[in-house]
Write a protein that binds this ligand. Structure first.
Ligand SMILES: C[S@@+](CC[C@H](N)C(=O)[O-])C[C@H]1O[C@@H](n2cnc3c(N)ncnc32)[C@H](O)[C@@H]1O
Length: 250
């Protein structure tokens, strides 16, 4: 081969190699985040600052939020970070924050929720626990402020970080920031495909030795998604009180 052709090919090879390295680099500004930095990284400010929580009484209505499973899993895993997918008014997040405080852990809990409800919140306008509890003003839910007030009433502003986003987009944000969580609680949509996708997205965010668990085993869509996912990924489904828990197969 002519020397000039060889040298050209080598140079192209070099250029290609460099380009591949650049493409594989993490996005600009990316770094592995310390859980304690998540409020700043997500919001650029402390969302509780100046919030008049006294105007909204504490109201932790929800579903399965006071389960003893939260305390047992926090004690067993001792996570630096919990990601909760589906928070509503914050009952389950507050239970985990209480448990972390009891254990003397500095655990951060990031709550991913649109605070717009899910399909079952829009099927019955007389439903006081769902549609009416969205507290729509001019057609837009205000329940996020109810959640925020509850966190303040329970004194967990230093632990609980809201992330008002759909679960799929939030998962991408966590991935691009190198975030890993010791515990991930799945309790957003109850539709089979959506739950399956949440499992696919959030399992990638588990820290080594971490656990992914969730609510509503009695919902057909949830049970089908968890069962199919466990089979596909070779995981075992166990139960802790009313929660399903995924574990590596023995
Ligand atoms: C069953 S509630 C969560 C209950 C809560 N864990 C408790 O302790 O009461 C489901 C929540 O998931 C949220 N949600 C539903 N689909 C979502 C999605 N795709 N992304 C983010 N949040 C979602 C809803 O807004 C709602 O607040």
């Amino acid at each position: 081969m002519e020397w000039w052709l060889k040298s050209l090919l080598m140079r192209w090879g070099f250029v290609l190699k460099r380009r591949r390295q650049v493409m594989m680099r993490k996005p600009a500004g990316d770094r592995s985040l310390d859980p304690g930095d998540l409020m700043e990284a997500i919001h650029g400010t402390d969302v509780y600052q100046g919030f008049d929580f006294a105007a909204l009484p504490c109201d932790l209505q929800g579903w399965g939020g006071d389960s003893p499973a939260f305390g047992e899993l926090i004690t067993a895993v001792r996570p630096a970070l919990v990601i909760e997918v589906g928070t509503w008014k914050g009952a389950s997040a507050v239970s985990m924050a209480d448990a972390a405080a009891r254990e003397g852990l500095s655990t951060t809990i990031v709550c991913v929720d649109t605070w717009l409800g899910a399909l079952e919140f829009r099927t019955d306008q007389a439903d006081a626990e769902r549609f009416r509890a969205l507290e729509c003003r001019h057609g837009y839910p205000q329940v996020y402020y109810r959640f925020l007030a509850n966190v303040c009433h329970r004194g967990h502003q230093q632990r609980i970080v809201p992330f008002p986003m759909d679960s799929a987009s939030a998962a991408l944000w966590f991935m691009s920031h190198g975030v890993k969580a010791g515990l991930i609680y799945i309790d957003a949509s109850h539709e089979e495909e959506a739950v399956y996708q949440d499992l696919v997205d959030y399992r990638q965010l588990l820290a080594p030795g971490g656990r992914i668990f969730g609510d509503d085993w009695d919902w057909a869509g949830v049970r089908a998604a968890v069962t199919t996912f466990a089979k596909a990924y070779g995981l075992t489904i166990t139960h802790c009180h009313d929660k399903w828990v995924l574990a590596a197969a023995a």
